[in-house]
Ligand binder design. Structure first.
Ligand code: MSP
Length: 665
């Protein structure tokens, strides 16, 4: 019997364009939904839009539209973005839909009939900008402490929900479940809030002040406060008071995802509302941290709001999903930068994962006819690989269960690195040269199995690329089950497909990003990744050219002929591995594939600029016919081109992937 799994995101206000903050919550929910489906669970993933209240009314009025017409138009922006980000929600609820408004009114009537709602009058300093009351001592210089705008003294009647009646029940609930809310810092924040008097909740707005809400069924002076209305979506969407079977199947939800800013509404308001209805809260609430952008709070006035469409255009949905989940842990805040994006993409997707897949598939194609080879007998090294894989798969699944996505991606990358190291130590090129086909088959088969494991675990994050990789490995579908880590999931004899690199390296900022950054900063053009660190220094003024006419420019000092140049064989090489030189701080020892029988060992003086891992997967330019030499005791079979000097040496690379060994002209 398959388990059921219900996950929700907050409902997004239809007062703005969706940005990476919204995308983050929704991608996180999609990752867990896909992961649970891959495990065979019956999943219900709910998202939607929050369409009532002051903010939406204000925005609609600014646009000269009725709030309903405005919401009809804007909710579509979220739906469109979710298509682009490959979000597989099962239901999208809008709080203006009758299936929701009808049940909200029934809930209100029910609570009112049971004496849970009462009328009272309230007086205080009201701020229209912040849409709330303040007490005298809250004010700063007589103005709203949040918006800095003037406040007015207002006395009005409203309806109140007896929230305080359920305070003890909520305290007991939270005390008994230290992991009800994660991360721990948010749980502690909740406990702090529960130590105080939580009071009763004002759940209406007078119609003459704010008419855009669900009408109170028994009193036309009021509409429902937007939070009381919106929170109920989590149960109205799954059949509360409409479809008992559906409701008892799905509620309580397994995970409710939300941002840290809406913790109180989702614990104190929502928890007590559910208790008043005789229902239990969700099993787990995860309140995630916020994104800043290039070190600053994301805000319209700073012009730094990151448009997810732009990211998808530039990098593709899979990469955006992966980097959002891998760049920061869910709980704490994190910073988004394009440089950070590209570094992570290049290091993990292009180098570790993409490179493993490309090496495994191309070597098997070249030496074993492009079909899944036989496993053969296992050696000591094979046993070690199998054990590492089993441990990492188990740890990765544990991370996924805890919604620790960043840690889960560390394990996936670790598995890819284990695969790359295995190739390095098993040296399939040497086995091929020695004609040891049986062992070559065993090594390549195990490497391909590692690719399968990576693809299956990567699926929730990068559904398209992972699916493509599985297809290239001859699989149409792969379940995430207990056998995942066993090195025998592929079908012997199945045809493999090499294809282009799955995650081509990003060598410079995509044009769309450069243009957007320039527009936002009004700054000097950015082109290279490093240029993002600061504006380009002004060029030194060139000396004026001499006026005298010269028919032919003189040859530059040390000029050589074309024939002489052609004596130097320049070839493209792919860096398979890199490590520090044992005896020289400035040197790295690279293993470079030049399309020959075996890769070459080449020492390069670039340790001041690059970490060894950064170079793996890069295509570099090698002087291939240089006499071999020993550099501080390590043999070096060629020279790698680099520009600059000292610690700033930058390696010369190609703009697009080329075959190892290609001639550089
Ligand atoms: N409509 C309410 C939620 C009602 S749920 C019944 C709301 N909407 S919102 O559109 O303002 O925010 C939705 C979510 O986006 C929140 O979880 C919020 O934390 C998240 N984010 C908004 N800006 C964010 C960042 N800069 N970074 C990460 N998430 C952020 O609140």
């Amino acid at each position: 019997m398959s388990e059921r799994f219900y996950v929700t995101t907050p409902l997004y206000y239809v007062n703005d364009k969706p940005h990476i903050g919204h995308s983050y919550t929704t991608v996180a929910a999609d990752v867990i939904a896909r992961y649970r489906r891959a495990q065979g669970a019956d999943v219900h993933f709910l998202t939607g839009t929050d369409e009532h209240g002051q903010k939406v009314l204000q925005k609609a009025t600014e646009r000269g539209l009725s709030p309903q017409a405005h919401a009809d138009e804007l909710h579509q922006r979220f739906k469109d973005l979710w298509v682009r980000l490959d979000i597989t929600y099962d239901d999208f609820i809008r709080t203006t839909e009758p299936r929701h408004t009808r049940v909200v009114q029934q809930v209100l009537q029910d609570l009112y009939d049971r004496g849970e709602i009462y009328e009272d009058s309230y007086a205080g300093w009201y701020s229209t900008a912040a849409e709330r009351f303040w007490t005298e001592k809250d004010l700063v210089d007589g103005k709203c402490p949040e918006s800095g705008q003037p406040v007015e003294w207002l006395e009005e009647s409203n309806l109140f929900f007896r929230m305080s009646k359920y305070a003890d029940q909520l305290r007991e609930w939270a005390d008994a479940r230290p992991e009800w809310v994660t991360p721990e810092s948010r749980y502690n924040e909740l406990q702090g809030a529960l130590r105080k008097d939580i009071g009763d909740l004002c759940i209406t707005r007078p119609v003459e002040r704010m008419p855009w809400g669900i009408p109170i069924p028994w009193d036309d002076r009021f509409v429902t406060y937007v939070w009381f209305d919106a929170l109920l979506n989590y149960i109205t969407a799954v059949g509360y008071k409409a479809d008992d079977d559906a409701f008892s199947k799905w509620w309580p939800a397994d995970v409710q995802l939300l941002g840290k800013d809406i913790l109180t509404t989702h614990t104190v308001y929502w928890g007590t509302m559910l208790f008043a209805l005789g229902l239990e809260p969700a099993r787990h609430l995860l309140a995630h941290g916020w994104w800043t952008v290039e070190g600053q709070k994301m805000s319209k006035s700073l012009g730094n709001v990151v448009d997810p469409h732009l990211l998808v255009d530039a990098y593709g949905a899979d990469s955006v999903r992966y980097v959002l989940m891998a760049e920061k842990a869910l709980g704490p805040d994190g910073d988004f930068s394009h440089k950070g994006f590209q570094l992570r993409y290049n290091a993990e997707l292009a180098n570790d994962i993409g490179n493993l897949a490309h090496r495994a598939l191309s070597m098997t194609e070249k030496w074993l006819g492009g079909v899944v080879p036989a496993l053969g007998d296992a050696t000591e090294a094979d046993g070690a690989l199998a054990r590492e894989l089993a441990a990492r798969v188990q740890s990765c699944c544990g991370c996924m269960d805890r919604l620790a996505y960043q840690e889960a991606t560390r394990e996936i990358v670790g598995i890819a690195q284990a695969g790359n190291n295995y190739i390095q130590t098993q040296q399939p090129w040497a086995l091929n040269k020695a004609g040891d086909t049986a062992r070559l088959a065993g090594v390549m088969r195990r490497t391909l199995e590692v690719c399968r494991v990576v693809a299956v675990l990567l699926q929730p994050f990068c559904p398209n690329k992972a699916g493509e990789l599985l297809g290239r490995l001859g699989l149409s579908d792969a379940r995430l089950d207990a056998d995942l880590a066993r090195l025998s999931g592929l079908t012997e004899g199945a045809t493999l497909t090499l294809g282009d690199p799955l995650f081509p390296r990003l060598l410079e900022l995509p044009d769309a990003i450069t243009a957007a950054l320039e527009a936002a900063r009004g700054a000097a053009p950015l082109k290279s990744l490093d240029a993002e660190a600061g504006p380009t220094p002004p060029k030194k003024s060139k000396k004026k050219a001499p006026k005298a006419r010269k028919p032919e420019p003189p040859p530059p000092p040390g000029a050589i002929s074309k024939d002489q140049f052609e004596q130097v064989q320049l070839r493209a090489g792919r860096v398979l591995a890199a490590e520090a030189h044992p005896n020289a701080d400035r040197l790295l020892v690279l293993t470079v594939d030049l399309g020959e029988d075996r890769p070459r060992t080449i020492c390069a003086g670039v340790a001041g600029r690059y970490q060894p891992d950064e170079l793996v997967g890069l295509t570099v330019v090698v002087v291939a016919n240089l006499k071999p030499a020993k550099l501080r005791g390590v043999p070096s079979e060629g020279m790698i081109l680099a520009a600059g000097d000292g610690d700033g040496l930058a390696m010369v690379t190609t703009l697009a992937e080329v075959e190892p060994g290609a001639i550089v002209r």
